[in-house]
Write a protein that binds this ligand. Structure first.
Ligand SMILES: *[C@@H]1O[C@H](CO)[C@@H](O)[C@H](O)[C@H]1NC(C)=O
Length: 202
C-alpha cells in the first residue's frame, strides 16, 4: 500500500512541471490576447468619434406636385452638417455629391464645392433642391400618388464626400464618408420625420 502510493506520487511530480509550463504559456497567451483586445477597443473609442462625418440634421419638403399628365415637381431643402471632431487638424471636404431618389428614380442632385472645416468644428450646408419638371411613367405616377394620399413620401439620399486631414508636414489621412438613407416627409405640411442619417466612414 505504502509503496504504491509513493510510486503514484512520484509520477505526479514528474508530470507537474510540463503541465505547469503549458498552463503558464496558455495564461500568458490569454492575457496577451485580452490586452490586445482592450487596447484595440480603447483605440477605437478614442479615435472613432473624431473621424469626420456628414449627417442630415434637418429637411423640409417645400413643394410637391403631381399633375394629371404625370409630371412631378418638387422642391426640397436638406440641411447637411459636415463635422470634424479632430482637435488638431483641419479637414478638407471635396467631391460632395448626393443624389435624391424617389422610388428608385433620381429626381435631383446635390453638389457642393470643396470646403474646409476647422479644428473641432462643423459647417452646415443648406441644400435647396429645386427640381425641374420630371415626367413620370404611369406606374411611377401611381406610386407617388399613393404616397401623397397616405401623406408619406420617402426619398432616398445617397452619395458621399471625400475628406482629408492634413497632419503637419507628415502627410494626410483620407476618408470616404458615404450616406445612404431614407428621408421621410409628410407632403401635406412638408415636415420631415427626423431619423438617423449619418455617414459611414471607409
Ligand atoms: C405635419 O403632419 C404630420 C402628419 O399629419 C403631423 O404628425 C405633424 O405634427 C405635422 N407637423 C406640423 C408642423 O404641422
Amino acid at each position: 500500500m505504502d509503496r504504491k502510493s509513493k510510486f503514484s506520487t512520484s509520477q505526479e511530480r514528474a508530470t507537474n512541471p510540463l503541465v505547469w509550463c503549458a498552463a503558464i504559456i496558455c495564461t500568458v497567451l490569454t492575457v496577451a490576447v485580452i490586452i490586445a483586445g482592450v487596447v484595440t477597443f480603447i483605440g477605437y473609442l478614442v479615435i472613432h468619434p473624431r473621424v469626420p462625418y456628414v449627417s442630415v440634421i434637418d429637411a423640409h419638403l417645400d413643394r410637391m406636385q403631381l399633375d394629371y399628365a404625370g409630371v412631378l415637381e418638387i422642391q426640397v431643402t436638406i440641411l447637411i452638417r459636415a463635422r470634424n471632431g479632430n482637435q488638431k487638424a483641419h479637414a478638407s471636404f471635396s467631391e460632395s455629391t448626393y443624389t435624391l431618389g424617389l422610388n428608385g428614380k433620381v429626381v435631383a442632385q446635390l453638389v457642393a464645392s470643396p470646403f474646409e472645416v476647422g479644428k473641432n468644428s462643423w459647417v452646415d450646408f443648406n441644400y435647396v433642391v429645386p427640381s425641374s419638371p420630371i415626367p413620370l411613367g404611369p406606374e411611377e405616377a401611381e406610386d407617388v400618388d399613393a404616397g401623397l394620399k397616405k401623406d408619406l413620401i420617402i426619398f432616398d439620399l445617397k452619395g458621399g464626400t471625400r475628406v482629408r486631414w492634413r497632419i503637419g508636414h507628415l502627410g494626410s489621412l483620407r476618408f470616404l464618408c458615404g450616406l445612404d438613407c431614407h428621408l421621410h416627409f409628410h407632403p401635406l405640411n412638408g415636415t420631415y420625420v427626423p431619423s438617423r442619417c449619418t455617414s459611414k466612414t471607409k
